[in-house]
Design a binder for this molecule. Structure first.
Ligand code: NAI
Length: 513
């Protein structure tokens, strides 16, 4: 099939002009394409066109767009009064309600109305494109084009190939995505596509840590928005999205992935959803809100007395990560013991990767009462994470806290956990990203792009794994897996092979080289 996605006269029909549809109309028109806007609700397309005109006028006022370009974009939008009129378009993009029966019957009608060279695309966020195409006589011209909300702001679009989608359709949708000034990524039809699949680790591991009583929800948020660099903590984000909405997505994806343990939703979120504590919109979720503003819990001030002396365990493998911890101890004025073993009274600090502290204490025959672990993987930018076992002497815990906060950075004391908090969350993100690559759902480049642009992560899962070192990430997961004996933490084959071969996580499979 020859389809000219670069054609100057390319016309896009958008069905459904709600939140998403109007955004798609806007970016298509701004991308220089003619647009037909249709909605079953009378008057909705004109309202959408007026809304877009106001949005573009706002851009003109801010000096981001010329008045001529704004007018030209609005002039390219026409209102369609029937589905039949949309059959004149070269591409039809559907953005109606998220119900398989509604989408299937709409695609069946479009399939009958439109000549076979017209591309039909769905903006579905959670339904299989293959299932939507199942009622069409020409399923090869059906693909997914999943935009993100708000469309004009979110640059990413996922282009999805169903089992029967023809390659020319995917090529054309990628080109059209670029013409809309989006950043298209290509993936096969799979639950959650790239972005919602890649997002499973952050949204399930943070509540898992909370469920185990390792730290409070707001401490987990503070840690993740500190050194690892997340823009939003998981719990704050869940409150913004709505715990009801987020939990439904979690359950649906868990089901679609045939109950994969790594994607299991957690009972604490379920309870909030059941109790109507949805987040910002109900003034109560993970956080409490007053007049729509989040009430920020205070980090307790650090205790005062410093330890008399400290012994930092050296590490052949992680010496580079431990050096800043030794520097910090020296700067605090506390005596830093240089002996091979700690003295009988020293605070013992372990800057460790992966292991839980109890296992480390047992393996290294250390004194649990005065041994504290510090997360050094992401550097020492605060809030710093200190980890203690049930065997800790509270005075030693407080002395370690005072020492780690001695330069004014906040420190948070957590209960024992393999991989602290940041290490295990990021290792899970890398692992899930590797799983997407291993299943051949998308290329490593597109997985990384999807997570950065769609989820706002500081790095893509595979590039993050490469920065931290695939061997280290593998080690964290192995520690989690060994400690919990939970298949949730089994390292993915993609990660394992590349770590063992000393290759970057972006390395393609052998047959694809
Ligand atoms: P919405 O409720 O804001 O808009 C849907 C529009 O479709 C309404 O104007 C409605 O009148 C119209 N409509 C419903 N059935 C129709 C039919 N049979 N024929 C013509 N028009 C029909 O919904 P929203 O949020 O824009 O979602 C649309 C689609 O985009 C859904 O599939 C959703 O899953 C997906 N999506 C939504 C995102 C979001 O954040 N809202 C993000 C990404 C995808």
């Amino acid at each position: 099939m020859s389809f000219d996605a670069h054609a100057a006269n390319l016309t896009i029909a958008v069905i459904g002009t709600g939140t998403m549809g109007r955004g798609i109309v806007q970016v298509a028109a701004q991308g220089g394409m003619r647009v037909l806007a249709y909605d079953e609700k009378m008057g909705a397309p004109s309202m959408a066109k007026d809304y877009i005109a106001r949005m573009l006028a706002g851009q003109v006022d801010k000096g981001r767009l010329s008045a001529t370009d704004a007018k030209a974009a609005v002039d390219r939008i026409s209102i369609a009064h029937s589905l039949e009129e949309c059959a004149k378009a070269h591409v039809v993009i559907e953005a109606v309600v998220e119900r398989l029966d509604v989408k299937q019957s709409l695609f069946h009608r479009l399939d009958m109305l439109c000549p076979p060279e017209v591309i039909l695309a769905s903006n579905t966020s959670s339904l299989p494109v293959t299932a939507i195409a199942a009622t069409c006589a020409h399923p090869e011209r059906v693909g997914g084009m999943h935009f993100f909300n708000p469309v004009p702001v979110m640059k990413l679009v996922e282009v999805i190939g169903g089992l029967k989608t023809a390659p020319w359709v995917l090529d054309a949708l990628m080109t059209i995505g670029r013409r809309m000034t989006r950043e298209p990524v290509l993936c096969v039809d799979s639950p959650g596509f790239i972005v919602n699949h890649a997002g499973r680790a952050y949204t399930t591991e943070c509540p898992r840590i909370l469920t185990e009583g390792i730290a409070r929800h707001w401490e987990i948020d503070r840690i993740m928005t500190g050194a690892p660099g997340f823009k939003l903590g998981m719990f704050g984000l869940a409150d913004m999205v709505g715990i009801d909405v987020g939990y439904a997505v979690m359950e649906s994806l868990y089901q679609q992935f045939q109950y994969e343990p790594a994607f299991a939703p957690n009972p604490l979120s379920a309870l909030r959803a059941a109790g109507g504590l949805y987040g910002q919109k109900t003034n109560a979720g993970w956080y409490a809100y007053k007049d729509g503003k989040r009430i920020e819990p205070e980090i307790a001030p650090a205790p005062k007395p410093l330890p008399q002396s400290v012994w930092v365990r050296p590490s052949a493998d992680h010496g580079d990560l431990i050096a800043p911890l030794v520097d910090l101890c020296k700067k605090s004025g506390v005596v830093v013991e240089a002996s091979a073993q700690p003295s009988k009274t020293a605070l013992v600090l372990l800057g460790q990767i992966g292991y839980d502290l109890t296992t480390a204490i047992q393996d290294l025959r250390l004194d649990a009462a005065r041994t504290v672990a510090v997360d050094v993987l992401f550097g020492l930018k605060g809030p710093r994470t200190l980890m203690v076992t049930p065997g800790i002497d509270p005075a030693m815990r407080d002395a370690a806290h005072a020492l780690l906060a001695s330069d004014g950075q906040p420190a948070i004391v957590i209960n024992d956990s393999p991989g602290f908090i940041a290490q295990r969350v990021v290792a899970m993100i890398v692992n899930v990203g590797c799983g997407i690559a291993q299943r051949g759902i998308a290329s490593p480049v597109d997985i990384d792009k999807g997570a950065k642009l769609g989820l706002g992560y500081p790095f893509g899962p595979l590039e993050w794994g490469d920065q931290l070192g695939p061997k280290r990430v593998l080690h964290i997961l192995e520690c989690l897996h060994a400690f919990y004996a939970d298949p949730r933490y089994r390292p993915n084959a993609w990660l394992k092979r590349r770590a063992m071969l000393g290759l970057p996580l972006t390395a393609p499979e052998g047959r694809d080289r």
